[in-house]
Design a protein around this ligand. Structure first.
Ligand code: DQA
Length: 148
């Protein structure tokens, strides 16, 4: 099985971006610990960060044909704006977990709505970099056992 991890806009700045909100872990730190656990479980791993909505839409469309079986996505600001990324997830119909470092429900009202949550298997938010770790636990439990 294959896990695809998608990170939305400004997450390339993790580590230096508002560390009191998002923590000190970098995106490379997060991806490398996810990769380690996914590969140790016998699955393939791919991740992509983009600041561009169309890049994320294109990557999701490609996931339909590249063997992806499960997705973790932190849509970042697109959580609250992107019908296009939502529609891509609906179109490919692959199971996904919505992840956030912060707890958007404790923040400004415009962060309280998500275009993704009602389509997601589940949502993990508020635990910093550990949000990804907890989401991965749930994803691994749902991914098919590796062949052999
Ligand atoms: C975020 C929360 C969003 O509201 C914000 O726009 C982000 C990051 C998070 O991981 O906490 O960029 O998705």
């Amino acid at each position: 099985a294959k896990l695809l991890v998608l990170h939305g806009p400004n997450l390339n700045l993790l580590g230096t971006r508002e560390p009191e909100v998002y923590g000190r872990a970098t995106l490379a730190d997060i991806d490398s610990s996810l990769r380690e656990r996914v590969e140790a479980a016998g699955h393939a791993f791919e991740s992509l960060q983009s600041n561009a909505e169309h890049v994320l839409v294109d990557r999701l469309q490609a996931a339909r044909q590249d063997g992806t079986t499960f997705i973790l996505i932190n849509p970042a600001a697109f959580t609250h704006t992107s019908v296009a990324i939502r529609d891509a997830l609906a179109a490919i119909a692959l199971p996904f977990i919505e992840v956030h470092l912060s707890n958007p429900h404790r923040r400004e009202p415009f962060r309280h709505t998500s275009y993704f949550s009602d389509l997601a298997v589940g949502v993990v938010c508020g635990f910093g970099a550990d949000s990804y770790r907890y989401a991965l636990d749930a994803a691994l439990a749902r991914m098919a056992a590796p062949a052999g």
